[in-house]
Design a protein around this ligand. Sequence first.
Ligand SMILES: NC(=O)c1ccc[n+]([C@@H]2O[C@H](COP(=O)([O-])OP(=O)(O)OC[C@H]3O[C@@H](n4cnc5c(N)ncnc54)[C@H](OP(=O)(O)O)[C@@H]3O)[C@@H](O)[C@H]2O)c1
Length: 326
Amino acid sequence: MRAFKVRAGGGLALTTDCPVPNPSAGEVLVKVRATSLNARDRLIVSDSYSVDVQGRVPLSDGAGVVEAVGNGVSRFRVGDRVVGTFHPTWLYGPFPGWGELRGTQRDGWLTDHVVLDQQSLVPVPDQLSFEEAATLPCAALTAWSAVAGVGPGDTLLVQGSGGVSIFALQFARLAGARVVATTSDDDKAERLRALGAADIVNYKETPQWGAQVRELTAGGARRVLEIGGAGTLPQSIEAVAYGGQIALVGNLASGNDMDVTRFFRRAATLKSISVGSRSDFEQMNEALGRSRLRPVIDRVFPFNQASEAFAHFERGPRFGKVVISH
Ligand SMILES: NC(=O)c1ccc[n+]([C@@H]2O[C@H](COP(=O)([O-])OP(=O)(O)OC[C@H]3O[C@@H](n4cnc5c(N)ncnc54)[C@H](OP(=O)(O)O)[C@@H]3O)[C@@H](O)[C@H]2O)c1
């Protein structure tokens, strides 16, 4: 079977003679049909991640069909459509800490077949294609966890138009909340509006966008999806309502000037998000099934153009998830 592996120093190398693995007891052999890219995968494939990934098959997110099952497998049968969980061993309850993740400590999905513990898979929602399902494990579930509890009367601020932010916008609109978005691009602003964002602020033209969000929301957003991290936190603190919550998801923007006193005065909460558990994933899929909400896909690349998919993810322009069809 084919597999892409991370080269020393960065880039992908294709191997075509890997043996198809056999599932042991409790494991499932999946024929991979689609994968999707996340910001983390970009770091992995450029060999700039915090752990050694040389020779590792990348990608945490994938969907496919069960082709064989090991002894004692009860959750799935041959022919089932399945999608992997980001945290293979976090099934439910509070975050238990970082285990071994696919694409870093374990081989990932950028291959023809994977063998996985049956516990680390969930069924693909009926209405979704494999390409759509492959967008769910990291970006969608992170957004789902970050907007948990948002409802009518709330305003959610989302930053930029990356994978997590678009899902968060969609979930918040589904829950009846108002969404304010930032972006650096006027075309993307229109697309965010079409997805239901009530107001858009261009964060390049308005570097002090926190004050503008505060004005637009008459006192600040109840909830903020923080994907910039240290570089955008000062503006998020300006933008958040008194007693509101900032969900700390990413660190795409560098900086280090968080004003602790201002944060203290907001009486706000800073909550770290680490994707979500399998149980969270199942609840999200139920909501997807009920609402018929569809993931926004920017482009689908064929398997043999995996390197081009990464180049597109890096340089864009893109709006929505970048997917690889196997
Ligand atoms: N904690 C977790 O569980 C978790 C899970 C998934 C991802 N993450 C992290 O969350 C972050 C976002 O992930 P992603 O997959 O959505 O990334 P992504 O798709 O690569 O996001 C790219 C977009 O982010 C926006 N952006 C970049 N810098 C920005 C800034 N200074 N202000 C506002 N927007 C900015 C841009 O939007 P525009 O083009 O519209 O300007 C850009 O197109 C990454 O740091 C990722 O590692 C964390």
